[in-house]
Design a protein around this ligand. Structure first.
Ligand code: GLN
Ligand code: ZN
Length: 777
């Protein structure tokens, strides 16, 4: 039987972040679309060549995206919300990026007579549309643009991207298996706009577009298409299961000679297994990293002619796989049927190439595998299965010694940490008094007005800031000069905040490259890479820390910057920390102990920082848990366990302070309905959340559950360059007032402002403060 290697998707960003640069210069108007297209084509070609060179037999196409593959799907089927103009026959890049980023142009420079084919029809007034809503892709830190459907939604084929990229690959000599986001996942991940209705009602209308795409691909020469249906690892109701059967019956019968690889990832099929196996598709990909236990049942129940693609290499983490153990497991399977071996999911969520990390601790490096190395691991496994283990003896031996060295390394285990986190004292995770008592104590010390204004922490990381950091890192700027520069940024930011009349100030986070990396670099048990970027959204990439060992805090991490900022003003300056759950969820986490244990270790380290800030006189401390929700298990049955340990960790961090110390947390989303009890259980004094794009829609959770403490629903969408007007923010706050008591409300942006420019931030915050004033009056 033969075993082949497939990849389900490769990172799009380029090994040197070429796509980021190309996009940002295109957006800034300094390069033409042709230049952007040229770089994109180059990156695709490079990705195909690399994957093939590492031993992939089946290459993906259409895994590339200028922003997001869910948005690409919306653009493919013409699901464009009305505010972006009429649906053209072909969605252009301007519309595409308007959905992704919002669009604001000043019409003043254009005469109203000027003829233009932009279709917006508001010449002379300028264009001002907000971006569409963005949310996290399953439990990853990748964000997608939420498709929006109306009850009378129609679909038509409005993009040739899939076909173009298939052709492009072929022209370069690569035969590919195009990737599509499946119709059920696409519909179910979207939301209804206006009148609510069952999105599955749209299935009959969307399938003809899919059929057309599949037909076009088939005519062009494709014999397989990878169709991703990750919603098959979620809890689905009967109607969704029925819809799956209808959809795949239609698709396979409409294009009978094209083969479909139904692709699932991020977990077990579980109670959807029967459904998945009943579909008339030709292949099924399953995640055997998150859910290795499902293999036996799948082998027992799958049709003999169903081509199985086994996701045996972790597409979500960076540890080397234990190839010898895997091989033992796969040998009996490969003896009976043809197989495809693949990463568990698209490699989008891993960095590209470990080889570029020349400065990593060599031990740690020997334990890692990035996208390129993962393909090589798959190739080794496939070769061992096809030609016998002897054919790759050296590679297997090398792998075995790396796995052994990691298990026994002294760099990983610290008995003092293990002992500290084993403490069982319940007071460790409990504030001294309940919220009402604390609220009073805080009122007495802070004297804040109604609708207090604040920001979430960071201010623009300007080119100057980044340049100074880079120069300091290279040794071109002395530490003294770098610190002087940061002090100037910070004190300027404080003066400006005083000037515009914000109530609770922040120091601006100029010294931080990233809210997790900053802390990871000061904690032990972490390592950092130089080039291991992973896409977060659009042209925003993160370089997650790698937690390889037990975590400790050798010395205070933020104290000096807070002290300096507070010395510049009499107004309260927030202490600004990242919470343990977010540090965990935005890192590549060791897989040799439960995540809950690693989280608790981080919690104790941050707790020490909270206490040091309080001792220094800090009255307001924000502990960001931007990523708490994205750590939620995908299946409901697993939620309670996660939320219990996550909330407990947060409370270990936040509970070592006096009543008068105000603890804030911040979360970058607003879907709280289903986790509101856990949010309440965090027992913070103030929570700020992201609500501008969803127009306060989801704030209702806080009403229904009588959320006790204070809330800052974001009124300024910081993911978009547009400046919200005073009226817009007043309206949002009035909306909020209908849902929660005005005494509970704070006024703040959706999130930190580091990705924005001062030119946008300044007028926006001035408007925001004015909006708060209007509500007070
Ligand atoms: N304090 C952080 C900042 O302002 C919070 C960012 C976040 O939640 N993603 O940048
Ligand atoms: Zn945020």
């Amino acid at each position: 039987m033969t075993v082949r290697v497939a990849t389900l998707g490769f990172p799009r960003i380029g090994a040197r972040r070429e796509l980021k640069k190309a996009l940002e210069s295109f957006w800034a108007g300094t390069s033409a679309e042709s230049e952007l297209q040229h770089i994109a084509a180059h990156l695709r070609n490079e990705a195909w060549a690399k994957q093939k060179a590492e031993g992939a037999d089946i290459l993906p196409s259409n895994d590339f995206s200028f922003y997001d593959h869910v948005l690409d799907t919306s653009a493919m089927v013409g699901a464009i919300p009305k505010i972006y103009g009429p649906v053209a026959d072909k969605i252009d890049l301007t519309t595409y990026f308007a959905i992704a980023r919002g669009r604001q142009t000043n019409g003043a420079s254009k005469s109203s007579e000027e003829s233009c084919s932009c279709g917006h029809g508001d010449h002379g007034k300028g264009i001002d549309v907000p971006a569409a809503e963005m949310t996290k892709w399953f439990d990853t830190n990748y964000h997608f643009l939420v498709p929006e459907f109306t009850k009378d939604q129609t679909f038509k084929l409005t993009s040739t991207k899939v076909l173009d990229e298939y052709r492009e690959a072929r022209a370069k000599g690569f035969e590919t298996r195009p990737v599509l986001l499946g119709p059920l996942s696409f519909l179910l991940l979207g939301k209804s706009h206006g009148e609510t209705f069952d999105r599955l009602e749209l299935l009959g209308k969307i399938l003809p577009v899919y059929t057309q795409v599949l037909n076009d691909l088939h005519k062009e020469g494709a014999d397989w298409v990878q169709i991703d249906e990750p919603v098959l690892v979620l809890d689905l109701d009967e109607s969704a299961k029925t819809a799956f059967r209808q959809a795949y019956q239609t698709l396979t019968s409409s294009v009978p000679s094209l083969k479909l690889m139904l692709t699932t990832y991020f977990g077990a099929l579980g109670d959807n297994l029967e459904t998945a196996l009943s579909l008339p598709v030709h292949g099924l990909h399953v995640d055997l990293v998150r859910a290795p236990e499902q293999l036996d049942e799948i082998l027992a129940k799958a049709r003999p002619d169903l081509l199985l693609s086994l996701g045996v290499i972790d597409g979500r983490n960076i540890w080397k796989a234990d190839l010898n153990t895997l091989l033992k497991k796969l040998e009996p399977v490969a003896a009976k049927r043809d197989l495809i071996l693949a990463p568990s999911c698209s490699l989008l969520h891993t960095p590209i190439d470990l080889e570029r990390e020349t400065a990593l601790d060599p031990d740690v490096k020997s334990w890692l595998a990035f996208a390129v190395q993962k393909i090589a691991e798959l190739a080794t496994l496939a070769k061992a299965l096809n030609q016998g283990a002897d054919s790759v003896r050296d590679k297997l031996a090398e792998n075995e010694s790396a796995i052994k060295s990691r298990k026994s390394s002294k760099k990983i285990h610290n008995p003092a940490v293990k002992e500290r986190i084993a403490q069982k004292d319940p007071n460790l995770a409990k504030r001294k008094s309940p919220f009402p008592t604390r609220q009073k104590a805080q009122e007495e010390t802070l004297h804040l007005p109604l609708f207090p204004t604040t920001t979430i922490g960071s201010f623009p990381q300007t080119a100057d800031v980044r340049k100074a950091r880079a120069q300091h890192a290279k040794g071109e700027l002395s530490t003294a000069d770098y610190n002087a520069f940061l002090e100037k940024q910070t004190s300027d930011a404080i003066s400006w905040q005083e000037e515009v009349g914000l109530d609770v100030l922040v120091h601006g986070e100029f010294e931080r490259n990233d809210m997790v990396q900053y802390f990871g670099e000061k904690l032990s048990g972490f390592v950092f890479t130089k080039h291991a970027w992973v896409q977060s959204y659009g042209s925003r990439y993160v370089r997650p820390p790698i937690i390889f060992g037990d975590v400790t805090r050798p010395s205070p991490m933020t104290l000096e910057w807070w002290r300096f900022a507070q010395s510049c003003t009499k107004k309260p300056v927030k202490g600004m920390l990242t919470g343990p759950v977010t540090i965990l969820n935005w890192s590549f986490v060791r897989d040799d102990q439960p995540r809950s244990v690693t989280c608790r270790q981080i919690a104790f380290a941050i707790r020490d920082e909270v206490q040091d800030l309080e001792k220094a006189g800090c009255q307001v401390i924000q502990i960001d848990e931007a990523a708490l929700r994205e750590g939620l298990p995908l299946r409901r049955k697993d939620w309670e366990h996660y939320l219990n340990w996550a909330v407990e960790s947060f409370r270990v961090t936040s509970s070592g302070v006096e009543d008068k110390t105000q603890i804030h947390t911040h979360m970058c989303y607003s879907e709280f309905n289903d986790i509101i009890d856990a949010i309440s259980a965090m027992d913070t004094d103030v929570i700020s959340i992201e609500t501008a794009r969803s127009k306060m829609e989801l704030l209702g959770a806080f009403t229904h559950h009588h959320y006790p403490s204070e809330i800052g629903p974001g009124v300024y969408d910081i993911h978009s360059p547009r400046v919200p007007s005073i009226e817009e923010m007043v309206d949002l706050l009035k909306e909020a007032e209908k849902k929660v008591n005005r005494r509970q409300l704070w006024v703040n942006p959706d999130c930190g402002l580091k990705t924005r420019r001062w030119e946008e931030v300044k007028p926006a915050i001035v408007n925001m403060v004015e909006a708060a004033h209007r509500l007070r009056g």
